[in-house]
Design a protein around this ligand. Structure first.
Ligand code: HEC
Ligand code: HEC
Length: 281
């Protein structure tokens, strides 16, 4: 049985090599205004790739175009919802995000450096963890559910105001240990198919797996509005789906493993632009 599954996995990955497509040569400018770096030299720490590409390069023209204008990007509806949330007081302290942070535009650049070491908390925090810390510690409000509803909408808003800025997560200093753990997870083979993230996204990007054009699995463009499920998808929800596809038990969004993996995968995209909310199939 296992041999059969492994053979199937090998076939899935090997057979389509014949029709390998690679990334396309298009360029991405949003609203005729924000230039997005979707292709650049790989960061020095990354041995397995010479050039890094946003997942945008691997989608078909129709899907790519939806991201080029905010009126065509269904993800922007959720950004607008988050703008309302931003200004609405909530919790025991009767405060809104706006009371302490002014306009969402004051957060320009923040998305680009997360996940980030929090000196105060003594841990690496994703953006959603940081927002929840504001809610529980400063607003007296309930934390939002990870990668869902209001949390993912807020992440989309925070990403949107950083679009075009280069991803630049720190991987050394106190974040180094978490980064190393994430790297280890990235190269671990999961599930019955015994496939690591790297097997698909480093060694086979540009090839087709079934009908899907494999990207490098970068996260600079998250949250991603997927046409498949017609909603915003978070980074860690995406990790979960990919691991599940290898027929493995997976970690939960918000778990220490996925926080470490998010930091590591983010660092593989250092130099690409923040691009979220993006549109994907
Ligand atoms: C009572 C004031 C207060 C409220 C209300 C508040 N925050 Fe904060 N927030 C802070 C403080 C203080 C920091 C920490 C500044 C620092 O240490 O970087 C912070 C940090 C942040 C950061 C990280 C900024 C960075 O540079 O790393 C984000 C993102 C953030 N808040 C989002 C939100 C959102 C979204 C809301 C509403 C759901 C919110 N905050 C509500 C006070 C507040
Ligand atoms: C069996 C092959 C396979 C494995 C193993 C795999 N993925 Fe994926 N992944 C895909 C496919 C197919 C897609 C959809 C097409 C694309 O964007 O590459 C995808 C999409 C993604 C995306 C979305 C990229 C974008 O721009 O929308 C991310 C992020 C991602 N994977 C991360 C990971 C991580 C991290 C791991 C390891 C935990 C992993 N994947 C393991 C096949 C795989």
């Amino acid at each position: 049985m296992k041999t059969m599954i492994l053979m199937a996995a090998t076939l899935v990955l090997a057979a389509p090599l014949a029709i390998a497509g690679g990334p396309d040569d298009d360029t991405l400018t949003i609203n005729d205004d924000i230039e997005i770096v979707t292709k650049t030299d790989a960061p020095a720490h990354l041995d397995g790739l010479d050039t890094i590409y946003s997942g945008w390069h691997f989608r078909d023209d129709g899907t790519q175009e939806m991201e080029m204008d905010d009126f065509d990007n269904p993800g922007m509806i959720f950004v607008d919802m988050a703008r309302d949330t931003w200004a609405t007081p909530e919790g025991a302290a009767g405060k809104s995000c706006a009371d302490c942070h002014n306009d969402p535009e004051s957060m320009a650049g923040v998305r680009a450096v997360y996940p980030k070491w929090s000196e105060e908390a003594g841990e690496v925090r994703t953006l959603q963890m940081q927002v929840n810390a504001c809610r529980t510690e400063r607003m007296g409000a309930e934390p939002w559910k990870y990668d869902a509803g209001a949390a993912i909408n807020m992440e989309a808003l925070l990403a949107s105001v950083s679009r075009g800025m280069p991803v630049d997560v720190a991987i050394d200093g106190p974040a180094g240990e978490t980064w190393a753990r994430g790297k280890e997870l990235y190269y671990t083979r999961y599930g019955l198919l015994e496939l690591s993230c790297a097997n698909c996204h480093e060694q086979n990007f540009g090839n087709y797996i079934r009908a899907d054009h494999l990207s490098q699995g970068q996260i600079n463009a998250f949250p991603a509005y997927r046409l498949k499920n017609a909603k915003l998808n978070g980074v860690q929800g995406r990790f979960k789906g990919c691991i599940r596809d290898t027929r493995a038990e997976t970690f939960s969004p918000g778990s220490p493993e996925f926080v470490a993996l998010e930091l590591y995968v983010a660092s593989r995209g250092n130099g690409l632009s923040v691009e979220g909310p993006s549109v994907r199939n």
